[in-house]
Design a protein around this ligand. Structure first.
Ligand code: ATP
Ligand code: MG
Length: 455
């Protein structure tokens, strides 16, 4: 396998050079050595060394810090998040007291020792570089568990005994599925069987760590296939059991799939890259199995978007989404059922924009695209296209209480009342009436209306 030299950014070369000068061993490991051997973009660089955290800090006195007790030193090489590079002292892991974190981390002596406690063979490859005249050359590749061979065969395999590895740290169950999804690899049968067997252990893992993996899976190129793998491995049952309720729940005419398959297919064809939007696509019909009534042609799912929004929020809370992400998820599920009718008034379109939120309009349209293609109908329709145009147009004509042909002063004079919430209430009522029909925005008409709105 060849490595393109220009794939190593300057910030990485600088780090390698510092270690080279100090004559201390340093390897590129983890996702970055894996990425160097495949065509995948490397987002974050991981390094391993036999230097202790103290020694690493001394190598970068001005721009490094030590955050945790696991031997990882962060070196700041620029302003962005990706410019923080992590260097970890070789580890060897002893006993494990629970399924969350190793209870004991000891420094390892050799890179081989360090690689043996890593999760997957393709993540247990270490590459040592030498920088000469600002060019990088490979000096050594250490690959004790056949990671390169598995990369070639596109196989995900646990390092060592899978049962033992998944029991030591059960997040590895999910990492295996996430990385298989990202790379489009197949999980080797023994490892897969072990995931099925140990799937329940994922419940011991902190949801914050689970969220990281789920978001990486959702952000990958083939998130729908990832979800199917999560289901087939038995992990989904422990993460989002609500989704599985949709299996075998058939839908009325217009739909070719059951609720479960429709959820997967909507995710597949949702054309947003945002992981929260993709999660909303997956969960948009999550209320259907709860509210389903009737059979065959008479089947209905009344209120499923209301019930579904509440369930989606519960799932979002479980996954430790931020308040902002939760709000987005809730709105997208709550309002996904809009009908892009050509006869909608401007007011109705404005109401829709207010409910969904301007910043979420593209997202809800992406979910609609997924929803349509995932139901076996064309990507769009003339009505949907018209609706999209009107969403843009309506926003170009700002219309607020200030545009009414009467003011708060008029209200106070006519009703002989002083300033207070009543004035605002009446203006809001008038505004809503005018929004429904712009013809009503005439001074004389509104003055008459004010008299009638008293009390
Ligand atoms: P990404 O490209 O998303 O960063 P990654 O494989 O680099 O993927 P990291 O979380 O950055 O994932 O971890 C770096 C490396 O540390 C992994 O490749 C693996 O070798 C090791 N590692 C991470 N988590 C575990 C774990 N739970 N058990 C064992 N080894 C792990
Ligand atoms: Mg990484």
């Amino acid at each position: 396998m060849k490595i393109k030299k220009d794939e190593i950014p300057d910030k990485v070369k600088k780090i390698i050079r510092v270690f080279q000068k100090a004559k201390i061993e340093l390897f590129v490991v983890g996702g970055s050595s894996r990425g160097l051997l495949t065509k995948h973009r490397i987002e974050d660089w991981d390094f391993a060394t036999n230097a202790t955290p103290k020694q690493i800090l001394a190598l970068f006195p001005k721009n490094s810090f030590y955050q945790n007790k696991f031997g990882t030193v962060s070196v700041v090489m620029g302003k962005n998040k990706n410019d923080i590079l992590e260097i970890t002292t070789y580890r060897t892991e002893g006993r494990y007291s629970d399924k969350r974190r190793p209870d004991q981390v000891r420094w390892g002596k050799t890179i081989e020792e360090d690689l043996s406690r890593r999760d997957l063979t393709i993540n247990a490859i270490a590459i040592n570089f030498e920088i000469r005249n600002s060019k990088s050359e490979i000096r050594k590749i250490v690959d004790p568990s056949g990671g390169r061979e598995d990369l070639k065969k596109k196989i995900i395999r646990a390092v060592g005994d899978p049962d033992q590895r998944f029991k030591e740290d059960s997040l590895r169950l999910l990492r295996a599925v996430r990385i298989a999804t990202q790379l489009g690899f197949i999980i080797e049968p023994n490892t897969f069987k072990s995931i099925e067997k140990n799937a329940g252990l994922i419940e011991k893992i902190a949801w914050e760590r689970i969220q990281v993996e789920i978001f990486k899976l959702l952000s990958s190129k083939h998130p729908a296939d990832g979800l199917l793998m999560l289901f087939n491995s038995g992990l989904l049952q422990h993460l989002m059991p609500e989704l599985i309720q949709g299996r075998g729940v058939d839908q009325a005419k217009h739909h070719i799939h059951d609720v479960w398959t429709h959820a997967i297919e909507t995710l597949r064809f949702c054309d947003s890259k945002n992981p929260v939007t993709r999660l909303a696509a997956l969960l948009h019909d999550i209320g259907k199995p709860v509210v389903v009534q009737g059979e065959g042609e008479d089947r209905s799912f009344h209120n499923h978007e209301v019930v579904g929004a509440a369930i989606a929020k519960k799932i979002g809370l479980r996954l430790r989404l931020s308040n902002k992400q939760l709000d987005k998820l809730w709105r997208l599920v709550r309002w996904h059922q809009f009908a892009p009718d050509e006869n909608l008034t401007d007011a109705a379109i404005r109401r829709f924009i207010r409910r969904v939120g301007k910043e979420n309009l593209d997202d809800i349209l992406s979910i609609r695209t997924g929803d349509r293609v995932g139901s076996g109908v064309p990507k769009t329709s003339w009505r949907t296209d018209l609706f999209k145009k009107r969403l843009v147009e309506v926003q170009k004509q700002p219309f607020s209480v200030a545009d009414l042909k009467v003011s708060g002063n008029d209200v106070m004079e006519i009703l002989e009342i002083g300033p207070g919430p009543e004035v605002g209430r009446i203006l809001k009522q008038l505004f809503e009436e005018v929004e429904e029909d712009k013809e009503r925005n005439k001074r004389k008409y509104l003055m008459e209306r004010i008299k009638k709105l008293e009390g």
